[in-house]
Design a protein around this ligand. Structure first.
Ligand code: FAD
Length: 333
C-alpha cells in the first residue's frame, strides 16, 4: 500500500518505434503527476533502441527505465511480465498505465494478478480525486450504455489500460530532458513459445485513427457497393474511409473502420459524415475532429448539431458532384 507516488507508463514499441498510444499516455501521466506533485516514469522494454527515447522526455517523462535484452525483441508475455513486475516491485509506483492494445490487454492483467492489485480495462477518462488522491478510472460499461467510474482504494499501484486515441497528445517541449536508467533483468522464466518468424499482415488502407481526412459512410449510403464513391473521395483527399456501426453491422464495412463508442475514437482534420444520423454513440468517437461536414437528406438529422458545415441532400448526388468539383479545382490550380 505504501507507494512511491509516481506515475508509471508502460511504453509499447514495435520494431523500435514508440506507439502513439504510449505518447498519449505520457502526456496524460504528466497531467496526473502535476496534480499529485510526483514524477512520470516510462518503462521501456526492447532489444535495442535509443532514437525515439527523447520524445518521451519532450512529452513529460522525468525518467525512462529501459530494459534492453535480446529476449525482448518480440513480445512474449512471460519475459515482458517478469520485467515489468520486477520494476514495479523495485520502484513501487502509485499508478501504472498501459495502452489498451492487444499487447497491453494481455500484459496488464497478468501483471495485476502477479502483484495483487486491481486493473480497470479500456478506460476513456482518468482523473484524480482531489480529496484523497485516488485515481478515478472511467470506462463504458454494460455494452456502452453507462459510463462507470472505478477506483482502487485498497491496493497499489492503481492500474488501467487506456484506449488509443482518447487522451490528447501534448505539444513536444524539446527543452525538456530526463534521467535514463538502463537496467538488466535476470530472466528466470522460460517460455513454452518460440517465435520463429514474424509475418506482418499486408494492410492496403491507412488506419482510421491515423488519417487526417475521413470520409465516413452510414446506413443512408444503402449498400457495400455504394461505399465506392466515398472511397474515391477519400483517396482524392489523401484520407481513408470509415463507417458508422450501422454500416459495419450491415457487413458493408470492416469492424476496424467503425467510429464511435464501441469503435474507434478519431480526431482527423476533416470528418465527412455521409448518410449518418448522428447518434450519441457515433458522435462520441468523432466530435473532437477539427472540421466536421455532414451530408444528410434529412434537415432535422442530429448530425447537423455537431457539424461545422451541413449539406442537406442525397449523398449519392452530392458526393460525385463534390468529387468532380475538387478535381476541376485541382486542374485549375
Ligand atoms: P441511421 O441512424 O439509420 O441514419 C442513417 C441516416 O442516413 C439518416 O439520418 C438518414 O436521413 C440518412 N440518409 C438516408 N439516405 C440518405 C441519402 N441517400 N443521402 C444522405 N443521407 C441519407 N454507432 C456508431 O456509429 N458507432 C458506435 O461505436 C456505436 N456504439 C454503440 C454502442 C451502444 C451500446 C449502442 C446502444 C449503440 C451504438 N451505436 C454506435 C449505434 C447508434 O446508436 C446508431 O444506431 C448508429 O450510429 C446509426 O448509424 P447510422 O447513423 O449510419 O444509421
Amino acid at each position: 500500500m505504501t507507494a512511491s507516488k509516481d506515475v508509471f507508463v508502460y511504453i509499447e514499441q514495435r520494431n523500435g518505434h514508440i506507439l502513439t498510444v504510449s505518447k498519449e499516455l505520457i502526456s496524460k501521466a504528466r497531467e496526473l503527476a502535476d496534480i499529485l506533485k510526483c514524477q512520470v516514469r516510462a518503462i521501456l522494454l526492447s532489444d535495442k533502441m535509443r532514437d525515439e527515447i527523447d520524445t518521451l522526455y519532450h512529452l513529460g517523462a522525468d525518467e525512462v527505465i529501459h530494459v534492453q535484452d535480446p529476449k525482448l525483441k518480440v513480445f512474449l508475455t512471460s519475459y515482458y511480465t517478469q520485467a515489468v513486475v520486477q520494476i514495479i516491485h523495485d520502484r513501487n509506483p502509485e499508478i501504472v498505465l498501459f495502452g489498451a492494445t492487444t499487447i497491453g490487454r494481455d500484459l496488464a492483467p497478468r501483471i495485476a494478478a502477479r502483484i495483487n492489485t486491481g486493473l480497470t480495462a479500456d478506460c476513456t477518462r482518468l482523473e484524480i480525486d482531489l480529496e484523497n488522491n485516488n485515481l478515478l478510472m472511467t470506462r463504458p460499461a454494460f455494452g456502452g450504455n453507462i459510463m462507470a467510474t472505478i477506483i482502487c482504494p485498497n491496493h497499489r499501484p492503481q492500474m488501467s489500460t487506456v484506449r488509443p486515441g482518447v487522451m490528447p497528445l501534448s505539444n513536444l517541449d524539446k527543452s525538456r530532458t530526463g534521467k535514463y536508467t538502463n537496467i538488466s533483468i535476470d530472466f528466470k522464466v522460460s517460455d513454452a513459445i518460440e517465435v520463429l518468424e514474424v509475418v506482418k499482415e499486408e494492410k492496403k488502407k491507412m488506419k482510421i485513427e491515423d488519417a487526417t481526412v475521413l470520409v465516413s459512410g452510414g446506413r443512408g449510403i444503402g449498400s457495400a457497393r455504394n461505399m465506392s464513391p466515398l472511397e474515391e473521395l477519400a483517396v482524392e483527399l489523401e484520407g481513408t474511409i470509415s463507417a458508422s456501426r450501422a454500416a459495419v453491422d450491415a457487413g458493408w464495412m470492416p469492424k476496424d473502420t467503425q467510429v464511435g463508442q464501441t469503435g474507434k475514437t478519431v480526431r482527423p482534420d476533416l470528418y465527412l459524415a455521409c448518410g449518418i444520423s448522428g447518434a450519441i454513440q457515433h458522435i462520441a468517437g468523432m466530435e473532437e475532429s477539427e472540421y466536421i461536414v455532414a451530408i444528410n437528406k434529412d434537415s432535422q438529422a442530429p448530425i447537423f448539431d455537431t457539424a461545422d458545415l451541413g449539406v442537406v441532400g442525397d449523398a449519392h448526388q452530392v458526393i460525385p458532384e463534390l468529387l468532380s468539383l475538387i478535381r476541376e479545382n485541382r486542374k485549375d490550380a
